[in-house]
Design a protein. Sequence first.
Length: 318
Amino acid sequence: MALTSMSIDEVVTPGIRKHFVDEYKQVKPALEKIFKVGTQESKSDQYENYTGLSTVASVAEMGTYQEDVPIKAYGVVLTPSKKGLMMPVTMEMRKWAKAKEIWNGSRHLARALARDVEDQAASTLINAFDTSYTSYTDTKPLCSVSHTRADGGTAQSNASATGIVFSETNVEVGLLALESQLDDRGEMITVFGNRLIIPPALRKQALIDLRSDGRSGTADNDVNVYKSMQSFYGSIEILVWDRLGAANGGSDTAWYLEDTSVSKLMWQWAKKPNVTKNDEIGFKQDVVYYKGMYYASKGWRDYRGFWASKGDTAAYSD
């Protein structure tokens, strides 16, 4: 039976929405693992950070207790951007009941949005060393060797200054660098890199280094500490994200360590991916338009809990 204009709301629109939702669900966004996902509450959501208190002081008999108050530190303002595409459905497609073409179109629309969402999230890591790509109000890129401290203390680094390549030895370098991060009062914080984020090009080496029964590259039956430390720290998760690779404008050498409980990479939905129909059937061209869109913001509230290396052996000083 041919589809009429009356069946647009009865058949076509529900079908497009169903296939859109089903296809979008097939994508398992990495951003939901790496970012703290929330809801945008206003046009510009502002988050302020405050330091903790300084070291507790000794008090002599009948002495006066030292006073201290938190210092306002850096923060972030998240402003969403809107992204979307239009998909036309012609009278001929409806009249001759070419449902397969319509459903495939809705799937392609869902894939396009899912791909863009992942690309937008991945751009935060791809541009982690780019001085023109900032979010935190210290005006530094996500990964910098000179993050300013709010109390005026010594600047901190969460990036390799020499672009160390990914290797079993250098994983330890990155872990120790991450664990040495201080808060904005110069106090130690508890940090451990329990997630390794890499492009596909580093997957094989990561599995050898972190998942082998023994230590890779040795003939002395050495223990693989990253496997045996599981009872103390839990295993280091390996997250391979294809959107980070050179094929997508990223890098095949850059690698990242994240403490999932401390990291403050943020993604906020103002409106999740959805599809809507134009209320008016296109009179002049016999076309009904369906719009796929989403509205979201991204950034980071703090750099702590995150560390990275370009992996290119080049000097990095930003």
